[in-house]
Ligand binder design. Structure first.
Ligand SMILES: Cc1cc2nc3c(=O)[nH]c(=O)nc-3n(C[C@H](O)[C@H](O)[C@H](O)COP(=O)(O)OP(=O)(O)OC[C@H]3O[C@@H](n4cnc5c(N)ncnc54)[C@H](O)[C@@H]3O)c2cc1C
Length: 474
C-alpha cells in the first residue's frame, strides 16, 4: 500500500472533483482492494453515495467495495492511518444516514455475500453484504429460518448489531438472541472472532451496541425449523377500538404469532377498495410460525375486530412475507421510536387523532407487541436492555424538501409526547439522528457504562463513530 506525505488536516478538507487528494485516495484504495472504487469524478458517484432514505447529501471522497475480510481490514487500516472519516455500509438503511459521510471513505460490504448453511447443526455463517431477504430465502430452501425484520433489503449487519425485531421475535427472540458468533475487523485492522467464550465482553456489546466496535464481516446464526407460516396482510378500519383491540389480541396471542400493525392512511394498492385509499387503516403484517390450524385459531380474534378491508393472511412460505420492493424509492422521513407498556382505548384514540390531523403524504404509527422469547432473556445478557418493554412504537411522517422537515419533526415529537410524556426508552435501530440523549435512552444505566468500557478496549480513538456513537470517554 502506498502512503502519500499528506497531512491529516488536508485529508479532512473537502475534496474537489479532480483534486490530488481524490486521485491519491483512489490510488490507495485501488492498491488495497480488488473491488470497485468510486470517487467524486466518477459518473456513478451520486448513485454510489445514495442510501435507502433520501435527504442525506453527504459527499465522501470514495466509496469502496472490498471483496473479502482482508480487504475490509486494508480499508479500515487506511482510514485509521490517514485520519479519514469511515462510514460502514451494509444494506444502507440507516435512518440517521450513518452509512455515508462527508469526506473520507464509505466501506460498502455488499460484495461480501457468502452464505454457508449447516443443515445438520441448523446454523449459518453469513457474510454481512447479504440482506435479510437473501438469507431468509436461502435458509427457507432447507426449511430453516432466523428472524430479521420486516424488509428484505435491510442489511443483516445493521439489523443484527442493533438487535433485530421481526416476524419471529416472540417465538425465537431478537436476531441477536440467535447470534452464535461473529468475525470482526477491529480498529487496529485485526480480524477477531468472538462468541460467548472468546472475547465475551465484545460479544455482549455487539449484540445491540451497533457498529461501534468494528466491522462485522461474518455472523453465525442459529437457525430454526420453519416449514411455512400463516401470514400476510390484514387490513382493518382504524378506530380507537380496533387499534386498542389489535394490541390486546396481539398480547393475548400465542408466542408463535408476531404482528406489526401500521396505523396509516391506506395506500392505493390494487387489493384495497378504492374508496378506502387515503383513509386511516390498521395495515397489519402478521406471522404465525406454527401449525396452520392453530394459526387460523390465533387469527380469529384479529379478524373479529371489524370486517377486514382486505385479508391476505394464509399459509405461505416464510420468504413471502418479504414482498419485492420498489427500485429507486428513497423516501424522506422523520420519526420517533419509543416503548409503551400498555395501549388502551384512550392511547389508541390519541394515535388516530394525531394521524388524522396530519396532512403529510404518508404518516404512520407502527405498533409491535413484544414479550415472549424477547422477554425471557435477562436485561444484562446483551446490549439490548429493553427486554421487559411490552410495545414498540415507531412514529413517522414523510416530508417534502428541507423546508417541510422541521414542521413534520415537531408533529412527530408532539405525537410522541401525547402518547408518553416521559421519554424513557429507544430501540437503537429505529433512532434517527436524534442526539446523544436519545442514544443514552437506547442504552440505559449499566448497559451504557459497560458499552463504554468495551469501546475503550476495542476502539479507543473512536474510528467507528458514524453510528449511534458510544464515545470511549463516555
Ligand atoms: C424499510 C425499513 C424497515 C426496517 N424494518 C426493521 C425491522 O422490522 N426490525 C428492525 O429491527 N429494524 C428494522 N429496520 C431498521 C434497520 O434494522 C436499521 O436501519 C439497520 O441499521 C439497517 O441495517 P443496514 O445494514 O441496512 O443499514 P446501513 O445503513 O448499511 O448500516 C447502518 C449502520 O449499521 C452499522 N453497520 C451496518 N453493517 C455493519 C457491519 N457489518 N459491521 C459494522 N457495522 C455495521 C454501521 O454503523 C452503519 O452506519 C428497518 C429499516 C428500514 C429502512
Amino acid at each position: 500500500m502506498t502512503t502519500d506525505p499528506i497531512s491529516l488536516e488536508e485529508h479532512r478538507m473537502s475534496f474537489s472533483l479532480t483534486s490530488p487528494q481524490t486521485l491519491s485516495i483512489r490510488r490507495q484504495l485501488r492498491a488495497a482492494v480488488d473491488g470497485r472504487v468510486v470517487t467524486t469524478d466518477d459518473a456513478d458517484y451520486d448513485q454510489a453515495r445514495a442510501l435507502f432514505y433520501g435527504g442525506f447529501d453527504r459527499r465522501p471522497q470514495a466509496i469502496v467495495w472490498p471483496t473479502d475480510t482482508t480487504e475490509v481490514a486494508q480499508v479500515v487500516s487506511l482510514a485509521a492511518e490517514r485520519g479519514l472519516e469511515l462510514a460502514v455500509r451494509g444494506g444502507g438503511h440507516s435512518s440517521a444516514g450513518h452509512s455515508v459521510c462527508d469526506g473520507g471513505i464509505v466501506l460498502d460490504l455488499s460484495e461480501l455475500k457468502a452464505l454457508e448453511i449447516d443443515t445438520a447443526q441448523r446454523t449459518a455463517w453469513a457474510q454481512t453484504g447479504l440482506t435479510a431477504g437473501a438469507v431468509t430465502t436461502e435458509a427457507a430452501r432447507h426449511g430453516l429460518a432466523v428472524g430479521f425484520g420486516d424488509a428484505a433489503s435491510v442489511g443483516i449487519g445493521g439489523i443484527t448489531l442493533g438487535g433485530g425485531v421481526g416476524y419471529l421475535a416472540r417465538k425465537h427472540g431478537l436476531t441477536i438472541d440467535n447470534l452464535l458468533a461473529a468475525e470482526l475487523v477491529t480498529a487496529d485492522g485485526r480480524t477477531v472472532g468472538t462468541d460467548a467464550d472468546t472475547h465475551p465482553e465484545l460479544f455482549w456489546a455487539i449484540r445491540g451496541g451497533g457498529g461501534n466496535f468494528g466491522v462485522a464481516t461474518r455472523l453465525q446464526f442459529q437457525l430454526h425449523e420453519l416449514d411455512g407460516v400463516v401470514g400476510g396482510m390484514l387490513l382493518l378500519p382504524a378506530t380507537a377500538e380496533t387499534v386498542a383491540g389489535f394490541i390486546a389480541a396481539a398480547e393475548a396471542a400465542p408466542e408463535e404469532l408476531s404482528a406489526i400493525a401500521n396505523v396509516m392512511p391506506a395506500p392505493p394498492l390494487p387489493f384495497i377498495p378504492e374508496q378506502e385509499h387515503g383513509r386511516l387503516v390498521v395495515l397489519a403484517l402478521i406471522c404465525f410460525a406454527g401449525d396452520p390450524e392453530a394459526g387460523e385459531r390465533a387469527l380469529a380474534p384479529f379478524r373479529a375486530l371489524a370486517t377486514p378491508l382486505a385479508d391476505l393472511v394464509r399459509p405461505i412460505g416464510y420468504p413471502e412475507l418479504y414482498p419485492p420492493e420498489e427500485e429507486g424509492f428513497h423516501p424522506t422521513v422523520v420519526g420517533h421510536t419509543m416503548f409503551l407498556d400498555r395501549l388502551d382505548t384512550q392511547a389508541a384514540a390519541t394515535i388516530v387523532e394525531h394521524l388524522q390531523a396530519s396532512d403529510a403524504a404518508m404518516r404512520a404509527a407502527q405498533l409491535r407487541v413484544l414479550g415472549g422469547a424477547i422477554a425471557r432473556v435477562p436485561d444484562d445478557a446483551t446490549a439490548y436492555a429493553h427486554r421487559q418493554r411490552r410495545i414498540m412504537v415507531n412514529l413517522a411522517a414523510f416530508y417534502q424538501g428541507p423546508d417541510d422537515r422541521a414542521g413534520r419533526q415537531q408533529w412527530v415529537e408532539r405525537f410522541a409526547t401525547a402518547l408518553s410524556p416521559v421519554d424513557d426508552g429507544a430501540y437503537v435501530n429505529f433512532l434517527g439522528d436524534d442526539g446523544p440523549a436519545r442514544i443514552r435512552q437506547a442504552y440505559p444505566g449499566p448497559t451504557w457504562e459497560r458499552l463504554v468500557a468495551v469501546k475503550r478496549r476495542w476502539d479507543p480513538t473512536n474510528l467507528f463513530r458514524h453510528n449511534h456513537n458510544i464515545q470511549p470517554g463516555g
